[in-house]
Write a protein that binds this ligand. Structure first.
Ligand SMILES: *[C@@H]1O[C@H](CO)[C@@H](O)[C@H](O)[C@H]1NC(C)=O
Ligand SMILES: *[C@@H]1O[C@H](CO)[C@@H](O)[C@H](O)[C@H]1NC(C)=O
Ligand SMILES: [Ca+2]
Length: 409
């Protein structure tokens, strides 16, 4: 969709700038491509004097590029002149910008190089499934040295699941190299996202690889968005996932209450932006509509049987703890959690939680959990082993709601 406000801002901004700059700035020949990109090569044709103004360096500091648009098929594209779309190997998908350009969609598959913002990495044969074996990779080139992060949106993501005993991604995997460390994932994670820190400068490109072996009807469509270092949409440091709403849902990769399996060898942070005037956060296990006994939080133990909440690192502070009572191999960490419904609140709080029931206290009763540790972050860790004690765990799905500063947080 063409954003009229940006459109108007560009006009006002340029108008002001040209009035100020006329006669002062030395003229310099320049390529038409950027101007064509931004203005369609026609808006400023009335004044040859202005056309020669040195306005590009100013644009380098203004975060307005080709605007984003959405195609009838649901993909996002960049609104650019149609001739540029073809030259840049994009796919024109309908008019945008009030007819000024086309919504140009960029797709890359195995062996491709991503050179445009919002390019989709898709499977071969997309939108049909791919049942091949090998390594399919794309290389992401920064649009600009001032790109600090990539956001990957897994619009469609279904590759072979982890093996059943230890939940390792032995058959298929998504691997990301060249950026901040990311967990290897497999299975189905449609709708999930990841942020990758891209480091400074133009050096090491980030490579996205999907490695496949054996037969499976794979389908993927991953949107790769490039984020400026100064952008407000940049995620906080160290956050693989970043949520910016007062309420929402966080879940582990390959989560699904029917056939999903918690992935092994995970180590990452999920961050929730602290919205203004909110001081705390509450979490509840998501509803599980498929099972009679909720599996929305099943991190350790045998989830085919009832498993209590387990809390803490199991060190016991010098006191011996029964085997299996602590969260030693797989856990979710949320800073200083307590049950939200205890009045007065319990004096102590916990950090690690695991087992098969979501609560801040050991036991069989699922509870609402609260924390006022800021920034709001969850840290998820799993080791490389499940069998024989940990069976059929799904991972976690939690609904969160930030709590206003006035309500006792
Ligand atoms: C890429 O596109 C997104 C929106 O689709 C935008 O927020 C971001 O600023 C763009 N990045 C660059 C480097 O232009
Ligand atoms: C839920 O319980 C009912 C009645 O005991 C049973 O018939 C049904 O198969 C159960 N569903 C699942 C998904 O376990
Ligand atoms: Ca494990």
């Amino acid at each position: 969709m063409w954003n009229n406000q940006v459109d108007i801002c560009v006009l006002i901004f340029c108008g002001l700038f040209f009035v100020l700059a006329a006669g002062k700035v030395p003229t310099k020949p320049q390529s038409n491509s950027w101007r064509d990109l931004i203005f369609g090569g026609k808006w400023f044709s009335s004044s040859p004097r202005l056309r020669e103004s040195k306005f590009l360096p100013i644009f380098a500091f203004v975060p307005i590029g080709p605007s984003s648009c959405s195609a009838p098929s649901g993909e996002f594209g960049n609104c650019i002149p149609s001739k540029d779309c073809l030259v840049r190997n994009g796919i024109p998908a309908g008019p945008c910008g009030g007819g000024y350009g086309v919504c140009c969609i960029f797709l890359q598959t195995c062996g491709g190089i991503i050179r445009e913002n919002s390019t989709y990495f898709v499977n071969p044969n997309h939108p049909d499934v791919y049942d091949g074996t090998g390594s399919c990779q794309v290389t992401v080139q920064k649009l600009h040295p001032d790109i600090c992060q990539l956001r990957l949106d897994l619009d469609m993501f279904s590759i072979a699941p982890p093996e059943a005993a230890n939940h390792l991604c032995n058959q298929d995997q998504l691997l990301i190299s060249g950026g901040s460390p990311t967990p290897t994932i497999c299975g189905s994670s449609t709708g999930d996202h990841m942020y990758i820190d891209a480091g400074l400068g133009q050096s090491n490109p980030i490579v996205l690889s999907i490695i496949t072996s054996g037969s499976f009807p794979r389908l993927w469509r991953i949107r790769v968005t490039q984020i400026h270092c100064g952008s407000i949409s940049r995620a906080d440091q160290g956050c693989l996932q970043y949520y910016t709403a007062i309420s929402g849902r966080v879940r582990s990769f390959n989560y699904n209450t029917v056939g999903g399996r918690q992935l092994s060898n995970q180590d990452y942070s999920i961050c929730i932006r602290n919205e203004r005037n909110f001081c705390g956060i509450q979490y509840n296990a998501c509803p599980d509509l498929e099972n009679n006994r909720s599996r929305a939080f099943t991190i350790s133990g045998n989830s085919n049987n009832p498993v209590p909440t387990m809390v803490g690192g199991g060190g016991g502070g010098g006191v011996a703890v029964p085997t299996g009572s602590g969260c030693i191999s797989d856990w979710l960490l949320i800073g200083c959690i307590r049950s939200a419904d205890r009045i007065p609140p319990l004096p102590g709080c916990e950090d690690r939680v695991c087992g098969g029931t979501f609560s801040a206290e050991a036991g069989m009763l699922a509870r609402t959990v609260q924390s006022s540790v800021r920034p709001f972050r969850l840290y998820f860790h799993t080791d490389g082993v499940e069998a024989p004690n940990d069976i059929d765990n799904r991972g976690f799905c939690l609904d969160y709601v930030q709590q206003p500063c006035t309500s006792g947080y």
